[in-house]
Ligand binder design. Structure first.
Ligand code: ATP
Length: 360
């Protein structure tokens, strides 16, 4: 069993900067855990602590029932795949994959069998004699993964492994990584700042902000019930619309006593253009400012007629008064047109005024 448990893990860098402020995460054996959050939130620091590349200032890191805080990286039974592949340019693909095993003094016959098996899984069998410069970016990334696979570690750690690839290849490799992990069933922790990558890869998603965990759970459950306005705007693109509920324009029938400040959230895809106001739902009047047609769907950017008082601002949040509405297809209202949009009660999210608590 190779579950990974982080118990109240803390990191203060030399100089006093507190990068990780007490993180608790439980990754079960065979699970794919993704750490996601904006630049500087501490996700790489946390991963590097699991790898043993950074010291742990407080708390415990447990891999397979063993606290590894004081264990050297080479003895943790983990393999890490980095963003910049770190392949040896003068060595063949075979030797790049074999390198770590030779260093451990493994018998050549065993090395050959492991490398050939990894190459088969990664569809690199025909390229074992090539040098890295003779490979495409995606193939190099597969070699980097091959190097991790041949070690047959208990845990894979991925640090933004796809960020050097172009958009199309990223998607292809994302699918590859997921298939590979399902097949090998190796516990994995994966760092990315890309919320879509995070959503599609994760069994368990950890949303981080400022050195702390904002929410942990199944990705769709987080999408459907974000715990804070930070999570609401970070997960999902375009972001959830967030607005103060203390306005006359929005007739919110959600919880909370009348007049209490709160933040109402509605995802762009949960609006429909209609003159009706659904019972218990919300309707807004908008002036269309811009239209984005992306093929299967269209994004309508509207401004609200009465700007509300914002009580909290979080990264990725819309500017005050702007609302994004997603509609299917390519037919859209004209710029300058006034429209009414509405969302039904079950699609409304309500947060406390400071955005830190979900009310409904
Ligand atoms: P990114 O996506 O930009 O890589 P991240 O979420 O991975 O960001 P970290 O690299 O973990 O963030 O950094 C977290 C915080 O710790 C940042 O504010 C960073 O400036 C700080 N930090 C990182 N390394 C050090 C260091 N060696 N000394 C001091 N502060 C550091």
């Amino acid at each position: 069993m190779a579950n990974v448990t982080l118990r109240n893990v803390r990191k203060t860098y030399t100089g006093g900067f507190e990068a990780i402020k007490g993180v608790n995460v439980d990754v079960a054996d065979g699970q794919f855990c993704v750490l996601v959050g904006p630049s500087g939130c501490g996700k790489s620091t946390l991963l590097r602590m699991v790898a043993g590349l950074e010291t742990v200032t407080g708390g415990e890191i447990d891999i397979g029932g063993r606290v590894v805080n004081e264990i050297e990286p080479a003895d943790r039974d983990i393999a890490m795949v980095f963003q910049n592949y770190a392949l040896y340019p003068h060595m063949s693909v075979f030797n790049n994959m074999a390198y770590g095993l030779r260093n451990r003094g493994m018998a050549e016959a065993e090395i050959k069998s492991r490398v050939e098996e990894a190459a088969r899984v990664l569809e690199l069998s025909a390229m074992l004699e090539r040098k890295p410069r003779q490979l495409s970016g995606g193939q190099r990334q597969r070699v980097a993964m091959g190097r991790a696979i041949v070690r047959q570690p208990k845990v894979f750690l991925f640090d933004e492994p796809l960020s050097n690839l172009d958009a199309k290849l990223r998607i292809a490799m994302r699918v590859e990584i997921r298939k590979l992990q399902r097949r090998l069933n190796t516990t994995s922790i994966y760092v990315t700042h890309d919320q879509l990558e995070a959503m599609t890869l994760a069994d368990i998603l950890v949303v981080m902000n400022g050195g702390e965990v904002e929410q942990v759970g199944n990705p769709l459950a987080i999408y459907e019930k974000p715990a804070t306005t930070f999570v609401a705007s970070f997960i999902g693109a375009p972001p959830m619309n967030l607005m103060s509920t203390r306005t006359d324009e929005i007739k919110s029938q959600l919880g909370g006593s009348a007049g209490e400040a709160g933040i109402l959230g509605i995802r762009p895809e949960n609006f429909v253009i209609t003159d009706q106001t659904p019972s218990g739902g919300v309707a807004l009047s908008l002036t269309v400012e811009a239209i984005e047609r992306v093929g299967a769907e269209t994004f309508v950017y509207g401004s609200r007629e009465q700007e509300d008082q914002r009580v909290a601002a979080t990264p990725g949040e819309l500017p005050p008064g702007e609302v994004i509405v997603r509609i299917p297809g390519t037919e859209a209202p004209a710029i300058g047109q006034k429209i009414r949009v509405a969302a039904i009660h079950s699609k409304l999210h309500l947060f406390s005024g400071d955005g830190r608590t979900r009310i409904e």
